[in-house]
Ligand binder design. Structure first.
Ligand code: NAP
Length: 286
């Protein structure tokens, strides 16, 4: 990679940020396509987000990703949001369009791509989404365009209800919501074709977001968490014969959609997958 005075700068902001895989993923694709750009990680302390965003704009950073803990807070400092992002109220990608900072989320498209590449046609399927935060909302936004059956299970049931009420009038899917109580889990999990974990349970909080005894070999279980690569939910599901998918492909697909927003072309997915898989195999050796 040759950096000159004309090289465009892209990046990711978060706190902490040193473990982010995004620089590796994006620089590999930038290099493969011979684009004059570089992607770096910016460690932004809580309380400094506004200064950081205005600074990005002032120095002409062309686009950047946003990760924890700023995905929601950043909305106040952007000039515009696309329709999906305004609904999701969480941003993971910002594009500088002639000095106007536009916020997008590509998490929903990334998660949808994972389900489509695992299952094929989602029409007619019964899908349970656990969680009602940014990633769950983004996925349900896209799923609601498909004639399928979606149930959102969330610890705070009012957040799940909010998603359903907001999307219901414009949805091709049958949308419903419930709490995460044992009774509610028993009522919906056995009927599901696909179970999606969109909570951090299994990553920052130990354990399973649902009772694993409800999972069987007919289920497809997609956990958005990519580290650890096999959460307790995925392990329990695998032992019960279910098909399991972790958050690694979502990480790559959401990155690919961010890349497309910035550069106007879809990046080589094989290059992105290769660098992430190599990095994960190095973690495994430690
Ligand atoms: P978020 O906005 O903070 O939402 C978190 C959701 O998890 C909320 O619905 C919350 O319920 C629920 N939750 C949190 N702790 C819980 C617990 N102990 N028990 C039950 N429910 C709990 O987070 P997010 O941005 O949507 O991210 C969700 C997950 O997806 C995270 O694990 C994140 O790492 C992952 N993710 C992965 C990718 C990828 O590329 N693979 C991309 C984005 C996100 P309440 O509403 O009750 O608080």
């Amino acid at each position: 990679m040759k950096i000159s005075a004309r090289t465009n700068i892209y990046g990711v902001i978060g706190y902490p940020i040193e473990h982010s895989l995004s620089p590796m993923i994006h620089n590999a694709a930038i290099e493969a396509l011979g684009i004059d750009a570089v992607y770096v990680a910016f460690h932004v302390k809580p309380g400094m987000l506004k200064d950081a965003v205005y600074g990005m704009k002032a120095i002409g950073v062309k686009g950047f990703n946003v990760t924890m803990p700023f995905k929601t807070e950043i909305v106040s400092y952007l000039d515009q949001l696309d329709e999906e992002t305004a609904f999701v109220e969480a941003v993971n990608t910002v594009v500088d369009v002639d000095g106007c900072l536009v916020g997008y989320t590509t998490d929903g498209l990334g998660a949808l791509e994972v389900l489509k590449s695992t299952v094929g046609n989602l029409a007619g399927l019964n899908i349970v989404v656990i969680g009602a935060g940014g990633a769950a909302r983004a996925l349900v936004y896209h799923l609601s365009k498909i004639p399928c059956d979606i149930t959102i299970l969330n610890r705070s049931v009012e957040k799940a209800r909010f998603i359903v009420e907001k999307l219901r009038s414009n949805s091709n899917a049958k949308l419903s919501y419930r709490s995460l109580s044992e009774d509610d889990q028993k009522a919906v999990i056995p009927k599901a074709h696909i179970i999606v974990n969109a909570t951090p349970v299994g990553m920052t909080t130990p354990g399973c977001p649902i009772s694993p005894s409800l999972v069987n070999s007919s289920h497809i279980v997609f956990d958005m968490i990519y580290w650890p690569p096999e959460t307790q939910l995925l392990k329990e599901a695998r032992l019960r014969g279910a098909t399991i998918v972790n958050g690694l492909p979502m990480l790559v697909y959401q990155a690919a959609y961010s890349f497309k927003l910035w550069f106007g072309i879809f990046p080589p997915l094989d290059v992105m997958f290769r660098v992430v898989e190599e990095e994960f195999s190095r973690y495994g050796e430690r």
